[in-house]
Write a protein that binds this ligand. Structure first.
Ligand code: ZN
Length: 300
């Protein structure tokens, strides 16, 4: 489920338009729609009352409920509950921000960046109470940067030379620390290591792991066959794991055709299943424990 609003990121609309697109209500900053499993989230920076703040690419969004402790159930607390469980209930979250009265700026789809938590704030009557804070991050910007990093590695590996090739690589079978993300334009991404992708390709003898007879071509500056590295569990989901996804065990070597099919093809499931079956035990060893169902969700 979900809604394609047909809006450009940064496009300014009014509330009426939002209601038409999402078929949502108009009261408050959290507007869930059960039928489509969507929630419109509005961060209104013109209000003195809520203090939604951006920091390092994360919007710390205050839950709903103006008086007393904010709840995760009841009314309007159930909206907080839906957002709290959005990673498991699959609810699609669309963020709008208001910087100028009645002007809603579309920011795109967001997801929980971290576990929601409670903090103390004053309520409408100036009484101290507990509110829920939801750390939210933009998905589309993150995916764009992630794709860019993927492209960078591919380009850099395309010109690999024989002297760069690892001759004695083998899996070490241990979970790796995921390290710190790099912050670009307030968005955190986990960078790929060129060397690790190269190891993975070399380990696969620069053949396509879907079918080793798939034809490719010889690289310009090396005697090796051209294949592309692909992170089976996508790097864009690094935040959901406590260990690094940038490990040889999670990188498969694919011919360009299979790689594109996996990303853009209608029949990608067959390929994904084959790769998953061949890697699931290796992945478990390095702490990447994932079901096929969850992996499919990541590719949708
Ligand atoms: Zn192939």
């Amino acid at each position: 489920m979900g809604v394609d609003p047909g809006l450009k990121i940064g496009e300014k609309v009014n509330l009426q338009k939002i209601r038409e697109i999402f078929q949502c209500g108009s009261m408050g900053g959290m507007l869930p729609v059960n039928r489509t499993n969507v929630m419109v989230i509005i961060a209104d920076h013109t209000l003195d009352f809520y203090h939604d703040k951006w920091k390092d690419g994360i919007l710390y969004y205050t839950g709903t409920g103006k008086i007393g402790d904010q709840q995760l159930d009841g009314n309007p607390g159930y909206k907080n509950g839906k957002l709290y469980h959005s990673k498991t209930n699959g609810m699609q979250l669309h963020l709008f921000e208001i910087l100028k009265k009645r002007e809603y700026i579309y920011r795109g789809i967001v997801v929980l960046a971290n576990q929601p938590y409670q903090e103390e704030q004053l309520d409408e009557n100036g009484v101290k109470r507990k509110v829920w804070i939801f750390p939210l991050k933009l998905v589309e910007e993150e995916l764009k940067l992630d794709l860019l990093d993927d492209q960078t590695i591919m380009t850099s590996l395309a010109s690999v030379q024989d002297k760069d090739l690892p001759f004695h690589f083998s899996y070490n079978g241990k979970p790796k620390d995921k390290g710190k993300p790099v912050v670009i334009d307030k968005i955190e991404i986990y960078k790929r290591d060129r060397k690790i992708s190269l190891n993975a390709l070399a380990y696969a003898r620069f053949e396509c792991e879907i079918d080793r007879t798939h034809e490719s071509f010889i690289r310009k500056n090396s005697n090796t066959n051209y294949t592309e590295p692909h992170h089976l569990v996508p790097m864009a989901f690094q935040n959901n794991f406590s260990v690094s996804l940038d490990v040889e065990e999670n990188i498969v070597s694919l011919c360009s055709n299979c790689h594109n099919l996996l990303h853009y093809g209608r029949d990608y499931l067959f390929l994904l299943k084959r790769l998953y079956e061949s890697r699931k035990n290796l992945l478990k060893k390095v702490g990447i424990d994932i079901t096929f169902e969850r992996l499919i969700q990541m590719y949708q």
